[in-house]
Design a protein around this ligand. Structure first.
Ligand code: PMP
Length: 389
């Protein structure tokens, strides 16, 4: 009924012939025709205006037009950062994205001058997160271009340096490494949460990226957020998100708001089992213990070593327990990924991260059953190899 009313209104007030389809197509049309309608309705009868308003309210069109950010979600982001103490939220704009993956692209778009003579260089210290080069270059943009390892970057002119801390894949806490002026830093803090790393201080950078994927584990909701100091940068990021996906799923934002709310409430009023972060920290601690024992037993690999640090949130001192294990195969094994594959362990090889094939990245966040099988297989490789000989 409403869509019929709506097409009548459209036809009457604007003289516009619209074929309004059902479902998503319908919402999209309303979205695009809305400004025209508004103008037309302003000069029409009271009755028509009332009809139009009721159609709008019924269809929740207002929410679709302004779906970039839900106020509840922004509020919960601030509450969570405040209680965990991992990022400064004051004097920042919060930009919401369809995962932090979309925000990464939004940042590149926002920081690149539209009329530069050549694309802006994008760098990160190796080993870097393997999605950075592939996402940066996949559309062969004229605005920006992947320029590789930040440690060997010496090109003149402006650039973006991505600082991932703790780092994916090796788990180390990082700072920028390019020693030149004219650079803009983007801090990807996806893993700066107490289950992975001691929270030493509230991060206070110009552009910081976070995601529910790694904070609470709800990667499937595809929700991330950026804390951005500069208003113009934030506005351009919002513009990108709106162009790219017509905003961010309202459903997902409301779900994410609820998840963050529960996580924060669990920190404020913990049960005997502690908060979500206590739980996740214990799981990670246990998994790293098992992994280090398996690596010792096999005698074929090494893992990064980490020094303990004080976590102001958990109020204790501990060494990082990253979301990934950055495993190195010792000689004579040359291709670690192939070697592990032959032992029924699937990993991502070092070349994806800008280093050699003796390294692989292994997820520490898989389900308990898979993780147990992985550790069991790793610990007995040595045994199986010698049995084959
Ligand atoms: N940044 C880093 C460093 C990551 O490891 C990941 C996920 N692998 C992301 C961003 C992307 O997160 P999202 O799921 O929010 O797109």
């Amino acid at each position: 009924v409403h869509h019929q009313q709506f097409s009548t209104i459209v036809d009457e007030v604007g003289g516009v012939k619209l074929k309004i389809a059902a479902g998503v197509g319908f919402f999209m049309l309303i979205l695009y025709w809305d400004p025209l309608l508004l103008a037309a309705v302003a000069g029409s009868t009271t009755e028509l205006k009332a009809e139009y308003v009721s159609a709008k309210v019924f269809l929740n069109v207002v929410a679709i037009r302004q779906c970039t950010r839900e106020p509840e979600f922004a509020k919960e982001i601030i509450r969570l950062h405040k209680i965990v103490g991992n990022a400064v939220t004051e004097d920042r704009y919060i930009v919401v994205g369809t995962g932090s993956t979309q925000l990464y692209q939004a940042v590149l778009y926002a920081l690149s001058p539209p009329d530069a003579a050549e694309p802006l260089s994008v760098v990160s210290a190796a080993p870097y997160y393997s999605s950075y080069p592939s996402i940066t270059d996949c559309l062969k943009s004229g605005l920006y271009k992947w320029a590789g390892d930040a440690q060997s970057f010496n090109k003149e002119g402006p650039y973006i340096e991505l600082v991932t801390s703790p780092n994916n894949p090796d788990g180390h806490v990082r700072q920028s490494v390019v020693n030149k002026s004219g650079g803009i830093l983007v801090h990807d803090l996806a893993y700066y949460w107490p289950q992975y790393s001691p929270i030493a201080a509230a991060a206070d950078h110009d552009i910081m990226l976070f995601t529910v994927s790694k904070s609470t584990g709800h990667a499937g909701m595809r929700i991330g957020w950026a804390l951005v100091k500069d208003e113009e940068v934030a506005k351009k990021m919002v513009k990108y998100v709106e162009l790219n996906t017509i905003g961010v799923s309202k459903d997902s934002q409301l779900r994410a708001a609820k998840v963050l709310q529960v996580a924060t409430d669990g920190c404020k009023y913990p049960t005997s089992e502690g908060s979500l972060f206590d739980f996740a920290a214990n799981v990670m601690e246990e998994r790293w213990k098992l992994l280090r024992a398996a690596v010792r037993q096999s005698g074929l690999f090494t893992l990064p070593e980490f020094s303990p640090g004080l976590c102001r949130f958990l109020n204790s001192s501990f060494a990082p327990r990253p979301a990934f294990a950055w495993l190195k195969c010792e000689a004579p094994i040359e291709d670690c990924e192939a070697f592990l594959r032959s032992n029924k362990i699937l990993t991502r090889g070092g070349k994806h991260f800008g280093v050699g094939p003796q390294y692989v990245r292994i997820s520490m966040l898989d389900r308990d059953e898979n993780y147990d099988v992985f550790v069991q297989r790793l610990s007995t490789i040595h045994l199986r190899q010698s049995m084959q000989v």
